[in-house]
Design a protein around this ligand. Structure first.
Ligand code: HEC
Ligand code: HEC
Ligand code: HEC
Ligand code: HEC
Ligand code: HEC
Ligand code: HEC
Ligand code: HEC
Length: 318
């Protein structure tokens, strides 16, 4: 028996013992193994993944009071037998739909709907949800793509000082990085026809520059696109569709009108993105003009000086 196998055997015996022992809470009976398992394993679904769960971080997360089996509804027994028997129909239906996206335990990522029903339906109908639920793709974002590890979620409002040192992946300071994980990937942009340098262009914008200098109340990805009900920019319900943009910019720029709102796009600077394009061209012409003007001015002065010198020497020689 290899050392890894022996270790698992040991863990399973320990798990059985702990389960028989009422001194330990349910979560501890899972953590006795999953707190100790390190490295990656092949699950029975054929996915290579880490099975480690950090009990301390879990205890400082918003879900600390939940039993592991509140989400892992199929894992009521030890060793895991994983049957769907007795599962809620809605959860089972969702789990089947996200099987490809969430292969380790689709039931667990479907189980969020028990408590976050409204949000779940918003996400399902968003551009990201449609990608997963209707197109049967796996490229777009589901809960964990934005919120990070399900065992380490903390409140969105920055660092959660009350409960511990965990950071929220959707906090203002983190959100550009979180959305960027997919939206700065060239393959994603090409496949879905997006601008290829969205993150770079944001970082270079007046908003992005101030944001990276630590500025507060600047618009980030979610300010302009929403978070759970993100739509395609061609969808009339999108915050950035047509005149909706005026309402959006007016939140912070009281005088925003149709011309002003055209200033924001992620397209590379070029003919498709005319304002910065012509602004840049204009600036170049202006600069060249100024340089040419200076040069002419200097030349004329030199000419005048030479002319004066010649006239002076002629007068003197007369
Ligand atoms: C005795 C050790 C042990 C205990 C106790 C244990 N697990 Fe596991 N768990 C494993 C091992 C080993 C694997 C990987 C092999 C497998 O899939 O069975 C695993 C896999 C998993 C997976 C990944 C999906 C899968 O099926 O491979 C989940 C989710 C999981 N366990 C949840 C739990 C929960 C929830 C509990 C507590 C109710 C728990 N485990 C208790 C050892 C344990
Ligand atoms: C809020 C719901 C929720 C709770 C509570 C929860 N989990 Fe999970 N867990 C998930 C989700 C969702 C996944 C990812 C499933 C996937 O990717 O298919 C997951 C994945 C896992 C995995 C697979 C490895 C991994 O990290 O992806 C293990 C093992 C696991 N959980 C164990 C536990 C243990 C042990 C507890 C209790 C201490 C627990 N979970 C509590 C939702 C939860
Ligand atoms: C595209 C990224 C994204 C996805 C996908 C996502 N969230 Fe969120 N979520 C956010 C952001 C950003 C916030 C921070 C507050 C806000 O902007 O609304 C948030 C906040 C939350 C909150 C707390 C605030 C509130 O509105 O009550 C909960 C609960 C939540 N999400 C649950 C979920 C669940 C469950 C899923 C999966 C069905 C999910 N989220 C999918 C980005 C996402
Ligand atoms: C049994 C109910 C329950 C389940 C299941 C559950 N949650 Fe929660 N969730 C809560 C509670 C309660 C809070 C804390 C609310 C608070 O403190 O404001 C919370 C908070 C959150 C927050 C942070 C809210 C904030 O204040 O920013 C997110 C994000 C979140 N849950 C996502 C998920 C995801 C993703 C899943 C599925 C993997 C899930 N939840 C499953 C009950 C649940
Ligand atoms: C100040 C508002 C604003 C911010 C901040 C913003 N966007 Fe946009 N976004 C827009 C507008 C307006 C459009 C429509 C663009 C157009 O009409 O050319 C758009 C379009 C998009 C598109 C689709 C069209 C395209 O050009 O590819 C994606 C994807 C996108 N944004 C992602 C993001 C991400 C990711 C972030 C965060 C880095 C972000 N946006 C930040 C306003 C914003
Ligand atoms: C897991 C990868 C992933 C993450 C994380 C992600 N997205 Fe997306 N996003 C996608 C994919 C893929 C699409 C295209 C879906 C489709 O058209 O089928 C998309 C589409 C969009 C669109 C629609 C663009 C258009 O006009 O067609 C916007 C806007 C958007 N995402 C914004 C965001 C924001 C904001 C965040 C962060 C809160 C975010 N995304 C996080 C993968 C992701
Ligand atoms: C959450 C608030 C917020 C939103 C929403 C917002 N902006 Fe801004 N914007 C700012 C701040 C703050 C500055 C920096 C102002 C400064 O430095 O004086 C700024 C600066 C600008 C500038 C640089 C010139 C100037 O007026 O300072 C332009 C142009 C601009 N924003 C356009 C837009 C457009 C177009 C939209 C809508 C698509 C938009 N903004 C949405 C907060 C916002």
């Amino acid at each position: 028996m290899g050392y890894k196998r022996f270790f698992l055997f040991f863990l399973f015996s320990a798990g059985v013992l702990f389960q028989a022992n009422d001194l330990f809470s349910d979560n501890l009976s899972c953590l006795v193994c999953h707190g100790a398992l390190k490295g990656t394993y092949m699950t029975r679904q054929g996915v290579r993944t880490s099975l480690h769960v950090d009990g301390e971080k879990y205890a400082s997360s918003v879900h600390a009071d939940l039993d592991c089996t509140t989400c892992h509804l199929k894992y009521q027994d030890n060793p895991h037998k994983s049957t769907d028997q007795g599962l809620d129909e809605t959860i089972l239906g969702l789990a089947q739909a996200i099987q490809k996206k969430s292969p380790v335990d689709p039931v667990a990522q479907a189980a969020c709907i028990q408590c976050h029903n409204e949000i779940y339906l918003e996400v399902k109908n968003s551009v990201h949800g449609i990608n997963i639920f209707q197109k049967n793709e796996t490229d777009a974002a589901l809960c964990l793509d934005c919120h990070g590890s399900p065992h380490e979620i903390v409140a969105a409002a920055g660092t959660n000082t009350e409960r511990g040192p965990l950071k929220s992946a959707v906090a203002y300071e983190q959100i550009v990085t979180t959305c960027g994980r997919c939206h700065e990937q060239k393959s994603v942009s090409l496949k879905y026809g997006f601008s290829t340098r969205i993150i770079q262009r944001y970082n270079e914008s007046f908003h992005g520059k101030k944001y990276h200098l630590g500025g507060k109340n600047l618009p980030v990805c979610t300010t302009c696109h929403g978070s759970h009900s993100i739509r395609s920019h061609k969808d009339p319900q999108s915050l950035v569709y047509g005149t909706n943009k005026i309402t959006l910019c007016k939140q912070c720029h009281a005088g925003a009108n149709a011309e002003f709102v055209a200033a924001i796009t992620h397209k590379p600077i070029g003919k498709d993105n005319p304002i910065p394009y012509y602004a840049e061209k204009g600036l170049i012409i202006l600069t060249m003009g100024v340089i040419a003007g200076c040069a002419l001015h200097i030349l004329l002065q030199i000419y005048a000086a030479i002319r004066d010198a010649i006239q002076y020497s002629r007068r003197m020689s007369r």
